[in-house]
Ligand binder design. Sequence first.
Ligand code: GRF
Length: 219
Amino acid sequence: MNERKIKTAVLISGGGTNLQALIDAQKSGIIKHAEICAVISNRADAYGLERAEKAGIPHYVVEKEKTVKDPSGKPDENDSRIKQADFERKIVEILKSSGAELIVLAGFLAILSEDFTRLYPERIINIHPSLIPSFCGKGYYGLKVHEAALSYGVKVTGATVHFVNEIPDGGKIILQKAVYIKEGDTPEILQKRVMEEAEWELLPKALELVSEKMLKKSV
Ligand code: GRF
């Protein structure tokens, strides 16, 4: 049996329930070919950091510094570029020092530039709480996705795990699962159902699928 596992870094911003699903799946053996080597949060108060601590996984906080405003009061674009590059450089340093070969964005709300995504072609996985290509792309994150699905009036939504490239939510799809919308759903109720019925099952499965393929290619 191949003992080698793909070292995987998980990037988070909040509660970390998807991270927890990965930790649990690693323990229960659903994930056999990957191991979480680092958790990186762009927010110091993310509860997911406690989950990493409890599971004994090295965890780090990398916050993007606030962009200064130009004389007209708009965010200074040059300053923003510098701070984005600095933010990504710090993340890359941690990824390198922890030996990460694969990156999972599990509710990571910060933007990653093309300079970053280009470094890891088909090595960054994201979970999105809708059936892509519906309700995805720029501006569709968190509750906004579920608000949009409900206001459109679709009867089925779901979750998608996909590779990350320079197009927001535009990389190759790995797995999808549908979830029915019910009468009386609010964005909050729907968000919870999509997580319980789709996200927490799909993300570990996708990580296992991708890491197994990576190991097969390297033998
Ligand atoms: C999930 O709905 C995920 O799909 C989205 O952000 C949420 C993260 O939740 N991108 P958690 O931090 O994993 O609990």
